[in-house]
Design a protein around this ligand. Sequence first.
Ligand code: ATP
Ligand code: MG
Length: 1033
Amino acid sequence: MRAKASDMHSKDCVKVAVRVRPFNKRERDAGSRCIISLVSTSISIQDPRDCHNRRSFCFDYAYWSHSGFTRDQTGLFVPEEPGGRYADQHSVFQDLGVGILENALQGYNATLLAYGQTGSGKSYSMVGYGPNKGLVPKLCDRLFEAIRENQENRQCQVFFSMLEIYNEQVVDLLSRGSRTAGGLRVREELQRGFYVEGLRKIPCENALQVEQLMEQGTRTRTTAATQMNANSSRSHMLIILQLKQIFSKESITKQSNINLVDLAGSERQRSSGSEADRLKEGTAINLSLTTLGNVISALADVAVGKKVVHIPYRDSVLTKLLQSALGGNSRTVMIATLSPADICYEESLSTLRYAERAKRIQNRAVVNESPTERLVKELKAENARLLQKLSRMDQEGRRATDESKELRQLLTQNELQIRAIQTLWEQHLQEALKDWEQQYANITQERRMMQMYPYILNINEDAQLSGVVKLFIQEGEWGIGLCDSAPRSISIKGLGIQEHHAVFRNEQRRVTLTPLTGSKVIVNGNAVYETAELQHLDRLILGSNCTYLFVGYPSERGGEDWSRYDYDYFQSELAAAEGIHLSESNTGCSQTDPSLLAVFYDYIQLMPMVAEANQISQELSKGVEFKLEIKNLALSDSRGHDLQKDIVVRVTAAGSKQVWMWSKAKFVNRKFLMEEVYQQFKAAQHEDNRVEGLLAVVLPRDKDPFWDPVEPLLLGTTHLWLQSLAFRIPLEEQLEVLGSEGTEEAILQAQLVPCTSTGLPLGEDDILIDPSEVLGRRLDFQLVLDQCCGVRWIREARNRGIQIGFRVFDCSEPLYTPAVWHNINPLLDHRVQFTSLQTSQRLLDYLQSSAVVLELWGLQEGCSVLSSSLGAVRMTAEGAFIIDLLHPSQAALSDSAELSCSVRALQQDVEELKSLNESLRKENHSLREQLNAVKNGGDGARGRSLRPSCDAEFARALKVFYHSMTSVRGQLQRLRRHRPSEESDLLGLRLFVDEQSRLLRDFSEQLEDGVSTLKQDVAAIVRRKRERSGIWS
Ligand SMILES: Nc1ncnc2c1ncn2[C@@H]1O[C@H](COP(=O)(O)OP(=O)(O)OP(=O)(O)O)[C@@H](O)[C@H]1O
Ligand SMILES: [Mg+2]
């Protein structure tokens, strides 16, 4: 290509537009708030957690497509009132599309990129849905209109290509042959730059043809997505329109490439590397998007005058193909699409920042002149010269000389060449015409069938790919499965689809579906194993995740809106069947706990991925199983307050019974890697022509996404409440250790023992009535972990072990019991002493309101044992862990606060003591009088005045009661522990029941005894008090 000299120095900044879409169903259900506002071309976003944190950005265009619209009879979204602020597809096209088209007609390359998180409206803006046509089809309409209008002065040729970049592989979406393994090659030529070798370029004459090609491309994309289990939101789609304009009068040709790019969801780029994983996100899934980000950053730096050594175009396929669009020879527009919802704040902010950087990029667009046309021009010029020479020769009377023969030969050759260049287009067009006719016939046939038969319609996670495939169920019996050559069969591909998967029967206008042995079929969320009759709009899931909507006979179809049966609907229904659902009162209610909703949507997002991962594991004979679990974070909160829940994936190796717990991010990362391995395996299988009976796919461990080194696993937790320590009362507990899903993992016997500094247990007399008495004094206590009973983890596999981990107050390190192995009821016998040298209010508050969270850790063969690093932990000479150690500055601060507090308390004490003194003096006086009276009046009232005070009697009675209760509690724990042995026969059970009844009897007797003693004691005290008050009154 050659640039026009006059254009050489013109710089164009990338134009950036932002667009805000309406709330989607999820966001409406969650009662989301709109955090984005627009004024003219500036946009601001507010942090939902901090109303003072508002960021504003200014772009070339900003579109409000969030509210103020209605749907007209044709289904078109239009502003509610004329001139309203809602930006519809038409106005977006007027701003962005028209400009791009004009650029292209002038001979500039032009590029339009859509960037934004998944579901933010990239495809809606680029391609559109139904009557709401997006930029690409509108642009094509206008392009052909312009071509027709300018027919007089130029001849135009339009070539259409459509490709997808997935995992750094280029797939031609218009190719009808089988996919090339590894995708098409991207090559570089000095003049052309990067291009895709062998990409089909189809000539088009009108917009309808382009639409058909796009439909064809989307269909290929859909089948590729299901077959290869590739998620479309992770792929980039590129449409290349090549426009060639031949101005015969001026003898110039202008050629321009229009690149229309629907990028993968931007969150893929951000999520990568967000969490440490042994296998880093080395996959190429995000490479293109990450590199695009890097290229944009580098170019933005160049634009502000920073020195940039290298722009990494060559690092990914996408950036190679977009090289001219970014910092090169193209006029480029980026549309950044945003969700308005508060829950998408992070993503939206990141999109805006990205767009801001893109806006700084400067391109140098030039008008392109085609080399082929130059050749024609040159050939024509040469012919003109030759003709001149010949005529001169004629005039000079020289005939049929060798020279003139040669000249004539050259002339014909040139003519032929010119004709060849010019007829190429016609030929292409003729060939394409045959294709279109075939395509058109197929479409007409499909429309006819839709009006005659029931069918199943594909539903995809990407709304753009939903409803693309229609599989008709004509009368009679039809097998469905991988079998593509069997007669009367419907062929589908996908994970977990069997050769013969199920059978449809269409008899007397009723359709049934029968799963075949071993195949997975789910109807409306429930697995079916026998023949089921299908109703119009039933939801089918075949295999691990091939989702279809059943559409009945035309007579059954009402005017209902099918769009509600989207991918989310299918997954929510499946989750509901598993017992995971948002209750009716939750949906649509603005008070729904957003964190709960987030967990719910995470769950339904991960569910199909888990099903797919299981299928891949099965097909690759990896023997690994995945299961979703909801982790209740309250279990590890020391106050038991945290209501948050989180999703984890439990991974189990069937053979070794090893277990791992993966976070959501880690699982998603691993799933990408699994897909990659699976695709390589499929490709190899295809090449080898092997079908069945493959051995397990063996991968080196540093590449195996199914493998991880084994680690100790947190099985469950329990809370040991500390309140009794504040009263210096010992506590013995049988604690139920609960797993994250509420299952009983074990019973743990634990004690809290208030003790002396040397570890001797304190006696009853040390019990405090008022806990504040410990303030400022030394406090020692022991945490004793006696035994674990009925450990499920070890019951499941005997080669396992456990440890208990815990952290007390401000002790900087978690502590662990030594590991115990192979025993379902392992003895722990672990005793740890904690000491506070000077008990603070903070510790007292902690004791009164908190619990030690005791964590049950599962050990498995080959994993290292948990140990505490005691480097930073302070200990007493006796080996007790010192807690309640304030930081010096904190201590000073709290010291002064505590001091002023205690001064105030002391003053109060002095006042109280004064009044006590006064009353004691009075009492003393009256006692002396009584004594005198006794002395004078004989022995009648002796002894009465020597009784201890009522309070002391009461405290003693309480202590007695407390003791009997401790022993009752022991009895209760014995009862709880008492279970029949697993091998008991009927006789054994009878004996067990007898023993149990005896224990219960004992228990109730002890309880009765304790309570009645307390009653008697209290009654006696009250009586005595009355008597005494009778004497003293
Ligand atoms: N401006 C809009 N007006 C109305 N509906 C919209 C708008 N933008 C998006 N939507 C709707 O939101 C949904 C998701 O949009 P779309 O398919 O365009 O997302 P996307 O960004 O392409 O996502 P992905 O990365 O998964 O391909 C669609 O159902 C679409 O109809
Ligand atoms: Mg899309």
